[in-house]
Write a protein that binds this ligand. Structure first.
Ligand code: 3H9
Length: 674
């Protein structure tokens, strides 16, 4: 086995290099070797300073997540940091790529930190249901102040080298040769009259917050406002607060105890499951070792909300994209909406005006298909109608270059039938984005019967490049997500007919952890789309159809299952809808009864989970984790519950099966309203 940690000498500086691909995670073996290297450096009288750096594409990207949930093994990262702090000579962390989690904590334990200009530094533990476990919550505030530390620890997003330098997190940005620059920096520290003060011994950046707690507390409540149900954000706030209130040793001990409690808990287990599931969902034996094609230019057919959102995804990733719509009016409206979306981000302060201009410059409008002549990928985002889509694909086939990947954004339709409208079905697949496309991370990559491995590999790589979470699925009506979603709406209709009101169902599901209940969500999406689809298929959803027949299409008409004040998004229960539901129950002869939240949650989720099991049997999805990724990133299933299939596992599959037994399933009353 290759050495995970190596030491070389550059004059009087010991250079300790970690080489543990792919991301230099701090596994037990790395920790042990690193500790040995530090002990050796301490024993070496000729060593005046130490540099710790990493080989490969990144500095340490954190603890080895695959070790979590197993008994901790010595030495811990805390032991390694203690050895650094006790070395008696300056230790400099030289970072590149990403310095995350335990990796950043190790750097925080060093006497100084330098980084390459493109380095990203962060404490992403919160995304795994955790808080930093090796001193991050105490050393980071001492270097950058409590407010930035809290933002980084509760938000979990990394900051760039420039911000890190300006805030005091790093001491220098090294252009050019990082190792040489870091060695030079370390040598200068060794020659200085006094060693730098360790982060744990500093207090200067805490003074202002200790004198006036209000800004910290306001920030804490703002950052945790949307974290209902989650344990880690509140724990993170508490830990950072300890940096203001407790002696550092005690605060570090409490941080550790909290980390150990959280890492053993259900929420962290669920989020770890999703971390690995997300990466697995993009894999398939069909594309193992297949090189994706390069994508430099993209084209989107259809300038509606979806087409515009998809175009934004490309522009956000720096890819030139043409938006094509036969109607100049529709094109103008679509491009105006894109510009308005960007302007809203600028107004919110989440996008710099210069970045907006750069992104807009990458988006080009056109009204005819010759505009796709140079596209490496064409994504059709037109009206959800098979004949319309087949017509478009026949046209695309005539104009797109031979190497281009042809993708449909259909939500339900048969990708194979669409592919057959072209002379090149091997290049055709589905790329099903979720609305709003520029926000939602999921893309279902729908593999047709004839899709070539290279086309599939290209779609997956492209989805990752534009920051999405791709999940490979097979062809069936509604693929994975919408096929399961339909079951949810069928059951919601039944619940309403049996006695629950829309607000009862939504309250139960938001209490479960969804940010929005299923009924309010369908009002937001618009009830008319499903209504039209049902009519085309000769299907009926008792309550939703009655609402649509009364012109109540959801938020866009100010009325749906709920009532909305002009321009407002708050869903208000509507007595008229209650009457309509009660009358429908009476007409169908269904006795209404009080239905509790527990029953609502079970009846909304269990049929979906059952459908998920069928989807796995049919091999439409490859793994239960893929379904979880789809539901968390496409339908806002609470991540801390791990997705529907993981949730079923936590309950026990036998339990779910028993609750689905025939005597508990409800008569076939309708078809749901999705
Ligand atoms: C922590 O540090 C707690 C401390 O406070 C406590 C200390 C006591 N461990 O994402 P990619 C694997 S919590 C194990 O596709 P990219 C990943 O599964 C940790 N494995 O690459 C994948 O494997 P495979 C805090 C890891 O270039 C491969 O590496 N740190 C880890 O798109 C490539 O990953 C984090 O949460 C890990 N820590 O993105 C950072 N990280 O090829 C988590 C990755 O078999 N990692 N793998 O599918 C990331 O955010 C991204 O991986 C990173 C690279 C940005 C680094």
């Amino acid at each position: 086995m290759a050495d995970l940690v190596q030491t070389r000498r550059d004059g009087n500086v010991a250079v300790i290099s970690i080489d543990n691909p792919p991301v230099n995670a701090l596994s037990q073996a790395v920790r042990a070797d690193l500790l040995d290297a530090l002990v050796a450096a301490k024993a070496d009288a000729a060593c005046a300073a130490v540099v710790i750096l990493c080989a490969g594409r990144t500095f340490i990207a954190g603890a080895d997540i695959s070790e979590f949930g197993k008994p901790p093994r010595s030495p811990t990262t805390i032991d390694v940091i203690a050895a650094i702090e006790a070395l008696g000579r300056p230790v400099v962390a030289a970072m590149h790529g990403t310095a995350l989690g335990g990796g950043l904590e190790l750097a925080l334990g060093c006497h100084a930190r330098v980084a390459a200009p493109t380095t990203r530094l962060g404490q992403p533990e919160i995304k795994l249901g955790l808080i930093p476990g090796a001193g991050g919550s105490q050393r980071l505030p001492r270097l950058v102040g409590v407010e930035l530390a809290l933002t980084m620890i509760v938000g979990g997003d990394p900051i760039g080298a420039e911000e890190a330098h300006a805030s005091g997190l790093i001491d220098a940005i090294i252009d050019g040769d990082l190792a040489a620059g870091a060695i030079d920096f370390a040598r200068r520290l060794a020659a200085a009259p006094a060693p730098p003060v360790l982060a744990r011994e500093r207090d200067d950046k805490l003074a202002a917050a200790r004198a006036d707690r209000a800004p910290f507390e306001e920030l804490a409540s703002r950052l945790t406002r949307r974290s209902r149900g989650l344990e880690a954000p509140a724990a993170a706030v508490e830990a950072v607060r300890w940096s203001l209130d407790l002696p550092v040793a005690e605060a570090l001990a409490r941080e550790r105890a909290t980390f150990l409690r959280l890492v053993a808990g259900e929420q962290a287990r669920a989020q770890r499951h999703l971390f690995f599931a997300e990466r697995e969902a993009a894999k398939s034996p069909a594309i193992a070792g297949v090189t994706p094609r390069a994508v430099r230019q993209a084209a989107v057919i259809g300038a509606g909300t979806m087409g515009g959102g998809i175009a934004m995804c490309f522009a956000n990733a720096g890819i030139v994209v043409s938006v094509i719509d036969v109607s100049l009016d529709a094109l103008t409206r679509g491009l105006d909406l894109v510009a308005a979306n960007y302007r809203a981000s600028v107004a919110r302060g989440t996008l710099a005006p210069a970045d907006m201009e750069q992104r807009l410059a990458l988006i080009r409008g056109a009204t005819a298909l010759p505009a796709i002549a140079d596209a490496d990928i064409v994504i059709e985002a037109a009206f959800e109608d098979m004949e319309v889509k087949r017509g478009i694909f026949a046209d695309i086939d005539r104009h797109a270059p031979a190497h281009a990947l042809l993708a449909t954004n259909t939500s339900y339709l048969d990708v194979d039938a669409i592919a057959r409208a072209t002379q090149r079905p091997k290049s055709v697949l589905g790329m099903h984005f979720f609305s709003p496309a520029q926000v939602m991370r999921l893309v279902e990559i729908v593999r047709g019967a004839q899709t070539a491995p290279e086309a599939l590999a290209t779609a997956v790589a492209l989805a990752r490049r534009i920051g999405k979470a791709p999940a490979i699925v097979g062809v069936c009506h509604g693929f994975v997500g919408n096929r399961m979603h339909r079951l949810r709406s069928v059951e919601a209709e039944r619940l309403m007919l049996e006695g629950a009101l829309p607000q009862d169902i939504d309250a139960a599901m938001t209490e479960f952890g969804f940010p929005m209940g299923p009924i309010a969500a369908s009002d937001l999406a618009g009830l008319d789309i499903g209504w039209r689809m049902r009519k085309a298929q000769g299907l009926r959803a008792e309550i939703a159809d009655l609402l649509c027949e009364a012109g109540r299409f959801g938020q866009k008409t100010g009325m749906g299952f709920y009532r909305y004040a002009a321009g407002a998004r708050d869903a208000k229960p509507d007595p008229q809808v209650e009457r309509l539901i009660i009358d429908a129950s009476a007409r169908l002869g269904v006795a209404r009864r009080a239905i509790g939240a527990e029953e609502i949650v079970e009846r909304v989720l269990f049929p979906m989970i059952n459908e998920g099991a069928r989807i796995l049997e049919e091999k439409i999805a490859q793994r239960p984790g893929d379904i979880d990724v789809i539901w968390v990133h496409g339908y806002a299933f609470p991540a801390w519950r791990g997705g529907p299939m993981h949730y079923a596992d936590t309950l026990g599959r036998g339990h779910v099966r028993a609750r689905l037994a025939p005597d508990r399933t409800i008569h076939r009353l309708g078809t749901g309203f999705c």
